[in-house]
Write a protein that binds this ligand. Structure first.
Ligand code: 2P0
Length: 343
């Protein structure tokens, strides 16, 4: 997956994020939880593949109690990866990715990891779990080895697992800073100090099958072939400013317009790639049309989509009834629900 040079750079990034600390043989196990997140201004494109460094900043909202839990322990036997109570074959895609990541943190004394992950995301909601999964693993490493790392360093470590995992260490609104440095030490996420209790996220699942093309692959193709990539980078910078302003004012209309426009612009970048990447299905487009219809009827609801066909809705508590009537199967999440109430 990574060249020898990439691996050296990844190891150097890990060492830099662990000042005065290192992995060492420890008894026992450590458990940690991280929330999933939905990008309102998307991360789409890397400037550095090995370190998962983005071309632009991005902004997300955390899903609070919905995410992933990771439990880590060391063993003298073979490494193991478990997902939701099932032991995965080492070659399966999540196990291979997780083990390649954990390899960066093996103690010099040679122990392997036993990783058990569990998702608290409602499976019916169709959210991706790689962001919360890798953020939970980074937190569990911190707890297992007793590092007590600053959050910024943890965000850097999570990013080396999956880019969007950098944003999954904090609750609420989170900005992942693009950074400028080649080693990525200034590309980490920070929380915005805004609580918005009435904000709701609706998940409209139109397809459960795995996506045919990974987002990493799709990003690469867009960078190599999409004529809209340069316009995308510029669009994101403006959207990021506007979205932060809207969040500070808790202005759903302003935030919704930016988030919906940003998501569709990202899909336009993909549509223009050669060969085109097109994740939405007819059912996704029908859901988007329904969102517009609701807005025309005076219900402030906005849509966003990631690298897949499912649609996520953004609205406030006061619009919950008409939104639920229009999307009876939607799973409605409260990102600012009190911790613990919905685990
Ligand atoms: C995001 N996505 O900002 C964007 C929007 C998908 C669409 O981050 O290759 O799994 O591990 O850095 O984080 C999905 O990409 O990619 C993603 P890698 P990741 O949420």
């Amino acid at each position: 997956m990574y060249t020898a040079g990439d691996l050296r750079r990844r190891r150097a990034a890990v060492r830099a994020a662990l000042p005065g600390r290192q992995p060492h043989a420890v008894p026992g196990e450590a458990r940690a939880f991280a929330s999933a997140n939905i990008a309102l201004v998307k991360y789409w494109g890397k400037r550095d593949e090995a370190l998962h460094l983005p071309r632009t900043g991005s902004l997300s909202v955390s899903l609070g109690p919905w995410g992933s839990e990771a439990t880590l322990a060391l063993t003298r036997k073979a490494a193991e990866v478990w997902l939701d109570g099932e032991k995965l074959a080492p070659g399966s895609s999540f196990a291979a990715r997780a083990l390649a990541y954990l390899e960066l943190f093996r103690p010099e004394s040679g122990e392997n990891f036993v990783l058990k992950t569990r998702n608290t995301l409602p499976t019916a909601a169709g959210f991706a779990s790689s962001a919360s999964g890798f953020a939970a693993i980074a937190k569990a490493l911190d707890a297992l080895f007793g590092w007590d790392l600053p959050e910024r360093n943890l965000s850097v470590l999570a990013r080396l697992g999956s880019g969007s995992a950098a944003r999954s260490l904090r609750d609420g609104f989170v900005e992942w800073k693009c950074g400028r440095k080649a080693d990525g030490s200034d590309s980490y996420a920070v929380a915005l100090p805004v609580a918005w209790k009435t904000l709701r996220i609706g998940a409209v699942v139109v397809e459960r099958a795995r996506k045919p093309l990974s987002s990493g692959e799709a990003m690469r193709r867009c960078i190599a072939t999409s004529p809209f990539m340069a316009a995308w980078d510029k669009t994101v910078r403006g959207d990021l400013r506007a979205a932060k302003e809207a969040v500070a004012k808790r202005d759903l209309r302003a935030l919704g317009e930016v988030a919906e426009g940003n998501a569709l612009a990202m899909h336009a970048v993909m549509l223009a790639a050669r060969e085109s990447v097109f994740y939405p299905t007819g059912a996704s487009l029908a859901a988007l049309a329904k969102v517009r219809q609701l807005r025309a009827e005076g219900v402030p609801v906005y849509a966003t989509m990631d690298a897949g066909p499912n649609v996520k809705l953004l609205f406030e508590a006061k619009s919950e009834s008409p939104v639920r009537r229009a999307f009876p199967d939607a799973v409605v999440l409260c990102p600012f629900a009190d911790k613990g109430s919905r685990r």
